[in-house]
Design a protein around this ligand. Sequence first.
Ligand SMILES: [Zn+2]
Ligand SMILES: [Zn+2]
Length: 639
Amino acid sequence: MTVNEIRAKYLAYFEKNGHTIIPSAPLVPQNDPTTLFTGSGMQPLITYLLGAPHPKGNRLVDSQKSFRAEDIEEVGDNRHTTFFEMLGNWSLGDYFKKEQLPWFFGFLTDEVGLDPKNLYVTTFIGDEKNGVPRDTESAEIWKGLFASKGIDAKVVEIGSEADGYRLGMQGGRIFYYDVKKNWWSRAGVPENMPAGEPGGPDSEVFYDFGTPHDLSFGAECHPNCDCGRFLEIGNSVFMQYIKKEDGSFALLPKQNVDFGGGLERIAAAANGDADVFAIDVFADVIGLLIHFSGKEYENKQYQRSFRIVADHMRAAVFMLVDGVRPANTERGYVLRRLIRRAAQHAQKLGVESDEGTESMLSRCASIIIEKYKQAYPELDGEETHNRITEEIWKEEKQFAHTLVGCMKEFEKVAKGGHISSEQAFVLFTTYGFPFEMTLELAHERGIDVDEDGFKRLMNEHKNLSRAGGEKKFKGGLADTSEKTTRLHTAHHLLLKALQIVLGPDVKQRGSNITQERLRIDFSYGAKMAPEQLARVEEIVNEKIQEALPVTRSTIPKAEAETLGAEHEFGAKYPDMVSVYSVGPKSANESNPRFDEAFSIEFCGGPHVQNTSELGGTFKIKKEEAVASGIRRIKAVLTD
Ligand SMILES: [Zn+2]
Ligand SMILES: [Zn+2]
């Protein structure tokens, strides 16, 4: 059964049972630009689970696009993916266990056609210390459901995960686990919940692929064992309790169900193949790669690469359609990494793109768009298709281009026999060289890399990016309107022009920029001659005419100082700084080409993306003394 069929059946089945279908939210939360992606089913609905009326009613069902960035490194085994679809259904103070469990069981066995003999379930053992009873009701319901299929389901006790590895299956079908495995609240286990917090037991369903247990995980196998024999395919959370002031638990007046299930995992179970990459949405992409590479999927040397390309391209398609663009910060960086990592593994498979041929990654993306465009109409249409594939192709080309410069820089650094955190960071931020590649290449040559230091720098980098423009720029910007932003970029051009005309010792001593004009105070000992003023104006206007890109980079402070980036006199800067460079024409975010830049300044922005956006003509209105050795210029952009 295909992923599209299973999704459609699920939505239809719950719709038939009185649920309203809610469309998937975009991967990028519209109200929170700093968050990467949504993913958990519970969080967006919590206010309704606490009693607020939902405009769409008390019974809801959806399939939500989800993404886990922390899983990028994990992709390559038989079950980790970055993008996935989470099936969800909710009862907001409406139905409860005796409806939810039979519905999910009926969906799995009657609709998807899973053999009930391969299903195993877990329920909550109770928490005596906190006075929360064992969930015997769920166990009873499960017993009846299995009996309806002719299965005598034995109920057994496990307790903790460690107990599971000790006690094993015990011939059981229904397993009692403890608070760590079968309890849900926002604060975790009952003990950690504050007074007034709702929570409750949950009941998970596992599919048994029948593969042999791997002893390296523990002596015995059990449903929560990580050896790969069992795959969790769905979890029903029963929000039925509220914690009281005295620490005891009372029943909520209105009880809720919050269900989450893995669509791809259910598809894998329907396939009877524990390899999630064997499901149809991946199989076609992998088939294409097999065809063009001539390599076999089963070949362990290449299997990881097949999986990484398929997973990363699917995730990239969904990010691109939701408005993410490749960049060096935040989610743009996640996307860049996905595309570049896929390109790297395509290369490993021998199907890399070169300038002359069609991009293999774009072809993979086309297959994915075809697969999903009916369920996700935002993917439909030729224009969308072209935009997505072109964006991937562009990033691929840029990466190939970057790699040439990168390799040169890497060789230089590698000569030292050790790669420091700062060197790895510069390779990444300045040259766009993925850290994984630095690691891989260093490993091949037996050179060590300061990984921890790199991760620390990355975190500082992320925090800096997140802080936002206005917070970092203290240099006298009145606001961040378009006009002020244009004058800000003109201000950078002006400082450089002053240094060219008056000498490199000219330093900025103050600035103020409004929508009407810019003002700069700078160190210089004499009144400027009219020819000097004219020459400065001329240089700035030339740079506007040349239409130079304005590029932002985040680099180590020491690196910025070596580059001679202008910084404010006496200002304190963090270890990682934001710099803006103007020019050369070929500069871009992944390759800022500092050696050929016209101007580089420590600066938090904002700026225009290209000097051509300054539009008008730069004109100096006034040049005067403000203090001994300090001059002031006021200037404007005229139409
Ligand atoms: Zn096992
Ligand atoms: Zn600035």
